[in-house]
Design a protein around this ligand. Structure first.
Ligand SMILES: [Zn+2]
Length: 152
């Protein structure tokens, strides 16, 4: 996204808002060079990506599904939908840059977790408990870096 004023190719996002009915995302941006502000309307193109489920089944990548999972983890937390949209955007950008068109669902889960950990600890733990499919509580505690061992 180049600045319409000076054509500089790096801008920061001040605000993101999802438009209704899947019409894309409206963003308020600021040029990092001339500091002028402008608004963009971005339509997310569907990623031509297959997700490999744990069962081995291939499924089309579904942004809404991923969004829903993250939103659920952030339920009643102080995480705005702008932050959640930006998190998913960032992951999609990463996925777009990959050479392959298939990715394990657990890899996407890890990408979410890496980011969620910095945003909200509880949301991170909720997401981890759903996505990582731990065998027991100790495995979960090990994963989140909690040293307390539980004896069942
Ligand atoms: Zn500029």
């Amino acid at each position: 996204m180049n600045c319409p004023y000076c054509d500089y190719d790096d801008t920061s996002v001040l605000e993101s808002r999802s438009l209704p009915e899947d019409k894309g995302v409206r963003r308020r941006r600021e040029c990092k060079k001339c500091s002028k502000r402008f608004t963009t309307h971005e339509k997310i193109v569907n990623l031509d990506l297959k997700v490999i489920k744990k069962s081995g089944v291939l499924e089309d990548y579904d942004r809404e599904k991923l969004l829903k999972g993250v939103k659920k983890a952030c339920y009643k937390r102080m995480v705005s939908s702008e932050v959640i949209e930006a998190l998913v955007d960032e992951i999609e950008m990463k996925l777009l840059k990959r050479q392959t068109t298939q990715i394990k669902s657990s890899d996407i889960g890890k990408m979410v977790l890496n980011r969620l950990k910095k945003i909200d600890e509880l949301a991170f733990m909720r997401f981890a408990s759903v996505y990582m499919d731990f065998e027991d509580a100790n495995q979960f505690r090990l994963f989140i870096g909690c040293p307390v061992k539980i004896n069942n």
